[in-house]
Design a protein around this ligand. Sequence first.
Ligand code: C2E
Ligand code: MG
Ligand code: MG
Ligand code: MG
Length: 288
Amino acid sequence: HAKTTGRGRFAVFGKEMDAMLQQRRALERDLRNAVKSETQIKVEYQPLYSAEEQRITGVEALLRWQHPERGWISPEVFIPIAEEAGLIEALGERAMRQACSESRSWPVQTLAVNVSAVELRNPAYAMKVAKLLLAIGMDPRRLELEITESTLTDSAGHCEHNIRALRALGVTIAIDDFGTGFSSLGRLQQLEVDRIKIDRSFVQGFGRSANDEDIVKAIVNLAHAKGLRTTAEGVETIEQSDYLRQIGCDDLQGFLLSRPMSPVGIERLLRVSGSLDPLFPTPNDKRA
Ligand code: C2E
Ligand code: MG
Ligand code: MG
Ligand code: MG
């Protein structure tokens, strides 16, 4: 009928577009306020476990936004908005500052923080991180930056220069969501990084697609041949974790082992697993 053909169809399409754009602008405005607010933006932490002993080796900081009316909004939604609206640098700095100070007393080898390509293109990025670590008193060797594969292949801007400067400080670099970009296996040989995080889509294909098992095995072998550590993301079943351990994947991360948690939750977990002494409460306990 009229609505789906000819001019009518475009009228409907135009209305939907308007509604979408309006929603998007509203979110952008709300995010601008959220970045300034003390309460809407938080950081949760998801532990990484060594595959062999199932010991916590690190935590990954993940941003959380609680919108006053809409509730929790996923970073998959608000990070791209922040990138386009020029808010990612403020947001990223906030995540990094909060994660570094909050996790200061935790007995974990690494704190992993996600970094956007937009942040890495800023020529002053490495210097900003160095200053922040110095101000907080954090050993750069404890910090790992997670960047996506496409960021590394992005020749524009100062990404390479920043990565080199950060590695010289002792900061380690992980490629996040590995396997989803264009480069994949061949590129692994040239990348100047410390860790590969295998995208969860491969892990979740186990059992359904023999191909995914082979791909993950090949990534682990190639990474090890280059002296890189490997983490598997999105481990949800015992079968997945058994296979990953069997092929020698170094670390595991996923809902099977632990969901992302508040700082208080992480401290409780570290205490239960024996890494934090229960007799000596940490500064974060005050907020429980
Ligand atoms: P990511 O860095 O790949 O983080 C892993 C995501 O997978 C997290 O989603 C985590 O909650 C989820 N996850 C962990 N284990 C499992 C599992 O077993 N199954 C499934 N289905 N999912 C699992 P989250 O927290 O929603 O974050 C989504 C993405 O947002 C992150 O992906 C990262 O790319 C981005 N992000 C989060 N925080 C920051 C940040 O501070 N800065 C930047 N630039 N990006 C961030
Ligand atoms: Mg990540
Ligand atoms: Mg990832
Ligand atoms: Mg991801």
